[in-house]
Design a protein. Structure first.
Length: 225
């Protein structure tokens, strides 16, 4: 089985992370992962990107985290691109666009989450509702979107209630599921991810596997803690 992290953040782009690209590579290699998706907080989230820059330059800056992890990984770890789109504490993980695609997608910053769900689906891009039942002081209420394609049903940073409700939500609406760590710090005790029988060769392989339900949810203890 090949294990992949689907949800992680770098300190280069996500303002809430202290996880360097080098630490990311070390942690996942030593925990036996085949690869990972860098899903930094997008321009409408908790980002380090200077929002006064022209849009295309913002995208260049946003992709620094992914590019740095990919460079640090070399041939030790597969590294794929994704991002986390946010609205007042509600977050979608988006898979299927790369840097050049995003430069043509400025419109997504003006879409509601409902509109974004439809927009992604119509373009073959996978939108996954991350930790849908997360509770925090800065989140005024939980929002659910029947239109979103997938649901993250295990998030290693969330409690059992949050994850079990996410699983119920996915089953009730017959949605494909993902699992990940949502990692921001090197000393994260528990890790998550998805395991596949075959090695992923592209983001499209991941999207297809999630849609057909061939991935298995992975829950691990971090060997480095």
């Amino acid at each position: 089985m090949y294990i992949y992290e689907t949800h992680c953040h770098t300190n280069l782009v996500s303002a809430c992370s202290d996880f360097t690209p080098e630490q990311i590579v070390e942690l996942y290699v030593k925990n036996g992962y085949a690869g990972l998706f860098v899903t930094d907080h997008f321009l409408n989230g908790n980002t380090t990107v200077d929002r006064s820059l022209p849009y295309e330059e913002q995208i260049d800056a946003f992709c620094r985290g992914y590019e740095a992890v990919k460079k640090a990984a070399g041939d030790k770890l597969q590294v794929f691109f994704g991002f986390e789109y946010s609205y007042k504490g509600t977050d979608f993980l988006i898979y299927g666009w790369d840097k050049e695609d995003l430069k043509k997608q400025k419109i997504i910053l003006d879409l509601s989450l409902k509109q974004l769900s439809v927009y992604c689906r119509e373009r073959g891009v996978l939108a996954v509702h991350a930790h849908p039942f997360r509770e925090a002081g800065y989140i005024d209420h939980i929002r659910l979107y029947p239109e979103v394609e997938g649901v993250e049903v295990y998030n290693a940073c969330r409690n059992e209630l949050c994850n079990s409700l996410g699983e119920y939500y996915a089953k009730a609406y017959s949605k494909p599921v993902t699992a990940g760590t949502d990692i921001h710090h090197f000393n994260q005790k528990y890790l998550g991810g998805m395991a596949f029988e075959n090695e992923l060769t592209s983001v499209n392989d991941f999207i297809a596997a999630v849609r057909e339900g061939s991935g298995k949810i992975v829950k691990l203890e971090n060997k480095l803690v």
